[in-house]
Design a protein around this ligand. Structure first.
Ligand code: C5P
Length: 233
């Protein structure tokens, strides 16, 4: 598995997204993340259009429902020819197994399937007081990652700072897909636990997810290539 940079295409319309991708020219086809906002606004045709342009796609819809519903929803998504999908590990091992079954096509192929452990917006205090989870956040993330591993998933979304402990709780090639990336000289925006692409590489991330440092840059193509240079090369 080769490390790669995934651009979070957090745009509200298809036009804006396609204009952004056009700026890369014919020779550069970044791996892109399509989230709920764009998917709900534009529907599955947007995914097909981006795929037809030759991009790899992480469809970030974070499914979380009863196993039967998730299995059937994943069966639909398996027809979209994306490269990566995700679910919430909080949906239980049975739900993650159902997701995997639904995603697997009749010929045995399937997109990578990863799990969200605890969202970075959830603090240890909120976990304890609202979700009644007394374990620490690190322990919870490792436990959820181990559950995802038991269910047969390929990896988890986590902070680059957690990549090492997730791999220890699972195995070295269990994928860590990590947002919270900023260049040493760029703004943190609303992210609090950030690292540079170079540091994420040292910490063992397999894929970095980068949004605003690329999408809001004066020269997005140059910023993307800088990420690739720091993280992949
Ligand atoms: O613009 P920025 O680089 O902060 O974008 C990061 C992307 O990763 C966004 O799409 C955000 O929703 C996503 N993400 C995150 N933290 C998580 C999970 C997903 O920032 N824990």
């Amino acid at each position: 598995m080769k490390k790669d940079v995934i651009i979070a295409c957090d745009f509200s319309s298809g036009r804006e997204t396609l204009d952004f991708l056009d700026s890369f020219g014919a020779g550069v086809k970044p791996f892109v993340k399509i989230g709920m906002e764009l998917f709900y606004a534009e529907g599955p045709q947007m995914v097909r259009d981006i795929r037809a342009r030759g991009h790899r796609i992480f469809l970030d819809l974070k499914l979380h429902d009863i196993p039967n519903t998730v299995r059937k929803a994943m069966k639909v998504l398996s027809g979209l020819d994306v490269d990566m999908c995700n679910v919430h590990a909080a949906g239980t091992i049975a739900m993650m197994q159902a997701a995997l079954e639904g995603l697997t096509r009749p010929d045995g192929t399937r997109p990578l399937l990863i799990a969200v452990t605890q969202l970075t917006s959830t603090s240890e205090e909120r976990m304890r007081e609202e979700l009644l989870i007394d374990a620490g956040i690190g322990e919870t993330i490792c436990h959820y990652a181990a559950n995802a591993c038991k269910a047969g998933l390929d990896g988890v979304v986590c902070s680059p700072l957690e990549a090492g402990m997730v791999k220890q709780a699972t195995f070295p090639s269990f994928l860590t897909v990590t947002p919270g990336i900023r260049f040493a000289d760029s703004a943190a925006d609303d992210q609090s636990r950030i690292t540079t692409p170079a540091r994420a590489r040292e910490l063992g991330s397999d894929y970095i997810v980068v949004g605003r440092p690329v999408t809001a840059a004066a020269d997005p193509v140059a910023s993307y290539l800088r990420c690739v240079e720091e993280f992949v090369k």
